[in-house]
Design a protein around this ligand. Structure first.
Ligand code: SF4
Ligand code: SF4
Length: 245
């Protein structure tokens, strides 16, 4: 039986997964609607959950992380529902980020490994609940090939060491399919070999997706919609256009 991931395995995994997701500093795009802080680095939006051996490794390397203290009913529910092998943690904030001591979740965000009903890891899906805030989910074309390669290698390593993680991601992919079928929306994926795929709602198959047809969502649909959202949030417009080519 697998012993699961040990702290040293997380060290190995960190070594193999270091690539930047893109050449953009994408926190400059979501920050203006979130008090100038990247959405995914703020526990107001996303509470990092790690396996306890991953936290043990991080504690041996840095004082960047501490246990997360729930601050309301929603965050109490998140913490109460965690399995005994996991814990919720919080870093000191984006200004203090240590690149080498980011969690697997930090490195992979906003992507997760998408697993088909048949159990094939075919690409990268997104944590769709962040699609209204995360610029990257509306700009999947900017993801670098090195990131894609390292993401796939890191998750294959993780699944090999800890098959329970594979099952968790398979369940998560099934939830994604159910949710999007209810909404009658296709799921956009980055294919693991490059290019893009579209999972049709209602189990109607998986087809190629052209780069120009990748979804742009909510405030990231247009420069105007974005400018309105930044104004409403009292933020400052970034120097660079929010519409990445
Ligand atoms: S990954 Fe998404 S939420 Fe995180 S900094 Fe980039 S755009 Fe913002
Ligand atoms: S460690 Fe860095 S990337 Fe991860 S949540 Fe903290 S600031 Fe964000």
């Amino acid at each position: 039986m697998s012993k699961g991931m040990q702290p040293k395995d997380f060290g190995e995994l960190y070594d193999m997964f270091q690539a930047n997701v893109s050449r953009y500093d994408c926190g400059r795009f979501c920050g203006p609607i979130n008090g100038d802080s990247p959405v995914c680095c703020s526990t107001q939006h996303a509470v990092p959950v790690v396996e306890k051996p991953e936290y043990a490794l991080l504690k041996s390397r840095t004082d960047l992380w501490h246990r997360f203290k729930p601050y309301d009913a929603t965050t109490r529910k998140i913490v109460n529902e965690l399995g005994s092998s996991c814990c919720a943690i919080e870093c000191k904030g984006a200004r203090f980020c240590e690149r080498d001591n980011r969690t697997l979740a930090c490195r992979a965000f906003p992507f997760y490994p998408y697993i088909t009903r048949e159990g094939n890891f075919i690409g990268l899906g997104t944590y769709w609940i962040y699609e209204d805030r995360c610029w990257l989910i509306s700009n999947m074309q900017v993801v670098e090939r090195d990131f894609l390669k390292e993401f796939v290698a890191a998750y294959e390593f993780l699944f090999e060491k800890d098959p329970a993680e594979f099952e968790t991601m398979k369940q998560h992919s099934a939830t994604h399919r159910r949710t999007f079928t209810r909404l009658n929306r296709p799921i956009a994926l980055i294919a693991r070999e490059g290019g893009f795929l579209k999972v049709l709602p209602g189990g109607k198959g998986i087809v190629p997706l052209k780069r120009e047809d990748l979804p742009r969502i909510g405030i990231y649909k247009s420069e105007r919609a974005y400018a309105r959202a930044v104004k409403a949030a009292g933020g400052t417009m970034p120097a660079q256009s929010v519409m990445a080519p």
